[in-house]
Design a protein around this ligand. Structure first.
Ligand code: PLP
Length: 446
């Protein structure tokens, strides 16, 4: 029997039993958190009947919004048929369909290793890269290059290649060493370049690292086109083109973490499509199932997969999670990809991305705004910050006021960004940007 719903009692049970991720005690002390009870389209509703625009697609996962009838139906259908069966020495129809649909999204031959969360897909990708070189007899190629400001998840391997001081400092002693290359970010270029005169100086260290260390490098890993949690740092596609070529020239694998930026978020199916490149291993997650159930994947070139034979020596990939490729999650993902294809979701994202870019422009001249930038359905307003963290505090004020006005977002330090569902209607998108601008202006006056 479930507990009858009573908002006050649930608030109190929440306080006594739930450990909220990425949530400061001070935020909990500031008052009760909204308890979200249902969602529809781009909106979420709490237990007090308040309606919120989900301006970050629930941690960038719900690209098709909430309560999508087709995906809900696919989940129910699958739950009745088969709720779980493993993929070790067995298979099931939804995993087969999904793998083949994912492979169909790539121009070359691929194999799909399923995982559950994004971090697990990153762990799989790192281990595939390591074992690939081991299988090839190049056992000295064991190191990784990652970008400053990278984020690849919260498991220890993912944190090693995506170390953010303010999140991960307590775990530093448990991490493996990686080579760090400077983060490219066209909005706030460290070389004071604009895109028109960009010479990609930010690429020089990467080039030097690969030239000097290729013999010991397994792979370079990055979030293509936009580093998310590190501050929505948008790259020039030329950076990616050069990196792809460099990796090929130096014999180093390229891992593209498309967990946040894939699935149409940037106005293309994959962020790598902006540069016309394909990485050796591609990580997918979050909106692979439109955020309905946890499922993720490391999608490797078949030439990599082929080295994992067990003859004449055993090179089997001894890696897998209990729920990797779970049938219900896979059914949600299969239906998601069908909806994408039938409803032209990626084209819709590109069109709405243009609306977002236009709508953001007036915000650039607001007091205390350092920079605006956008890529597809990612819109960013970066505030001026200082040593005292005034920009960060102002961003928190903006977040709180927007929440009072029925808009949910989560700034990253002084970086206020929106990543609404790709199906957000144009008037709602315009309203969102206007509301963000209005509140930023109000906090400047305050
Ligand atoms: N990689 C990137 C680029 C991400 O943004 C995230 C999560 O935000 C992850 C990996 C980790 O995914 P998950 O939280 O599902 O483990």
């Amino acid at each position: 029997m479930t507990t009858p719903y009573n908002p006050e009692r649930y608030q109190s049970m929440d306080r006594q039993s739930l450990w909220h991720p990425y949530t400061r005690f001070s935020a909990l002390n500031a008052g009760p958190l909204p308890v979200i009870t249902h969602g529809e389209g781009a909106f979420l509703y709490d237990d007090q009947g308040r309606k919120y625009l989900d301006a970050i697609s629930s941690w960038w996962a719900c690209n098709l919004g909430h309560g999508h009838p087709r995906i809900v139906e696919a989940i129910i259908r699958q739950t009745r048929e088969l709720q779980h069966s493993i993929l070790g020495n067995l298979s099931h129809p939804r995993a087969i369909e999904l793998a083949s649909m994912i492979v169909g999204l790539f121009p070359d031959d691929r194999r799909v290793m399923f995982a559950s969360d994004g971090s697990c897909a990153v762990e799989a990708a790192l281990k595939i890269a390591l074992q690939y070189w081991y299988n090839m007899g190049q056992t000295e190629k064991t190191k990784f290059v990652a970008l400053d400001y990278a984020y690849h998840g919260d498991t220890l391997g993912a944190v090693s290649v995506g170390y953010l001081e303010h999140f991960h400092k307590p775990f530093k002693s448990a991490l493996f060493q990686v080579f760090q290359a400077p983060s490219p970010c066209c909005g706030t270029c460290a070389f004071h370049e604009t895109e028109q005169v960009c010479l990609n100086e930010c690429f020089d260290t990467m080039r030097m690292l690969l030239k000097q260390h290729a013999h010991e490098l397994a792979a370079v890993i990055l979030e293509p086109m936009c580093q998310g949690s590190g501050g929505m740092r948008i790259q020039n596609p030329e950076y990616l083109r050069r990196l792809s070529q460099l990796c090929r020239d130096e014999g180093v694998l390229l891992i593209a973490d498309e967990i946040a930026v894939g699935m149409g978020r940037t106005g293309k199916m994959f962020a790598c499509d902006h540069a016309g490149i394909t990485a050796d291993i591609v990580c997918l997650g979050k909106s692979l199932s439109a955020g309905y159930l946890p499922i993720s994947a490391a999608v490797a070139r078949t030439s990599i997969y082929e080295t994992f034979r067990d003859t004449p020596e055993d090179h089997t990939f001894y890696h897998g999670h209990t729920f990797a490729g779970n049938p219900i999650a896979a059914a949600a993902a299969v239906e998601t990809l069908r909806v994408y294809a039938e409803e032209g979701i990626v084209a819709q994202s590109a069109a709405m991305g243009n609306v977002l870019a236009e709508a953001l422009k007036p915000l650039a001249s607001l007091p205390g705004v350092r920079n605006i930038r956008s890529l597809g359905m990612i819109g960013v307003v970066e505030l001026d910050d200082d040593k005292e963290g005034r920009g960060t505090r102002r961003a928190i004020q903006v977040r709180d006021r927007l929440r009072e006005n029925g808009i949910l977002l989560r700034p990253l330090g002084p970086v206020i960004y929106v990543m609404p569902p790709l199906i957000t209607p144009e008037p709602v998108l315009r309203y969102l940007v206007q509301a963000v601008g209005k509140v930023i202006a109000e906090t400047a006056l305050a």
